[in-house]
Design a protein around this ligand. Sequence first.
Ligand code: HEM
Length: 388
Amino acid sequence: MKNLDRRSFLKGIAITTAGVLSPAIADSKTYSSRTPTIKNPYSFFGIHQQGIATPPQKHIYFLVLDLHTNSRSDIKEVFKVWTTYASKLTLGENVAPYSKNTLIPALDTGEADSLNPYNLTLTFGVSVSFFDKLGLKSSRPKLLKDLPHFPRDQLREEFSGGDICIQACADDPQVAFHAVRNLVRIARLKVTMKWSQMGFNSYENNDTPRNLFAFKDGTVNPSANELDKVVWVKDGSWLDNGSYLVVRRVQMHLETWDRTHLKAQNDTFGRKRDSGAAYGKNEEFEEVDITAMPEDSHVFLAKTTGMQILRRSFSFASGIDPRTGQFDAGLLFIAFQKDPMQFIAIQNALGNIDKMNEYITNIGSGLFACFGGVSKKNGDYIGKSLLG
Ligand code: HEM
């Protein structure tokens, strides 16, 4: 499709959906609005984007988009509308009120009507190719490079690459999906969908969720006062207060795992499946002593690198893998770090040695620079520091 100029783009937006940019629609009367009874503690505005240091919600809808334009001003408009939308959605509001006119498509897709925001967070990031396509190469941070090929990677085109990521997390799957659906809908002329993954985390109270290998996953993560050291970019650049997001779609071979005896399962991680305690310890949160663990265990190898990352992963179960007839299930591994090398060093250490490799295949991958947070003032919008 040929690129549209700014005028046609705005027109396109007005025709396709929202009233935000269309005076004709903006003054139409409303007949219904979404009124949440429970507040979302996570405002879209702040120093950092939410969905990074935010405690993981129960559901994720992760979407990767490709640009369908080379025009920076088009994308600027998209990001501005996304900011308006995201600020409403995270409040538990629809993206725009309904019109009285029932002969035009409703401005909001509506499936979250009468639902609370369920701790919705929306997190946006951009990849290497985003800079290439928009002629922004000189603004691309030196640290933002395509991830190297890792041992045993079997990446599939349908779960890799892409220019923009949107991470929607909420304690309700429909609220997360509704948000992404409406963000895509308004930008339809400028972006295409590349790949997506839904995921879930199940836990009672504040327990650590168990992944589909039944192990508590997320026990060791940086504490709140380590986030500046581990997660937030602090370099005065446009990415200040942002972070690098690594996503990996890791298929877990559940059938093989389920035929493995419990001791071998425990040895795989160097932790005990039931309590989550590290080898040589009794409680989940007791400090890890790697000398008590097998040297090919996942935790031994990860910890030996001395690197820290913020893991924020979700399980997925997406039907049946047509290649094997087995479950297409696994972990949508997501990690945030201030330098992608933190992840790269750990992934390389896991390399060929990690005992867990017998039970997993890495089939999707992506690296995205997630902007710093959006201020409520001065017409700020997501990505303004980069796009101006
Ligand atoms: C299917 C994929 C994976 C599964 C099932 C998995 C599972 C686990 C489990 C059960 C633990 C121990 C509990 C905890 O501290 O959370 C753990 C720890 C850890 N994992 Fe993974 N993991 C996976 C992939 C990865 C990847 C791709 C990386 C990074 C390259 C990674 C890095 C770590 C780190 C840094 C720790 C904490 C080690 C420490 O104690 O300091 N994991 N993982």
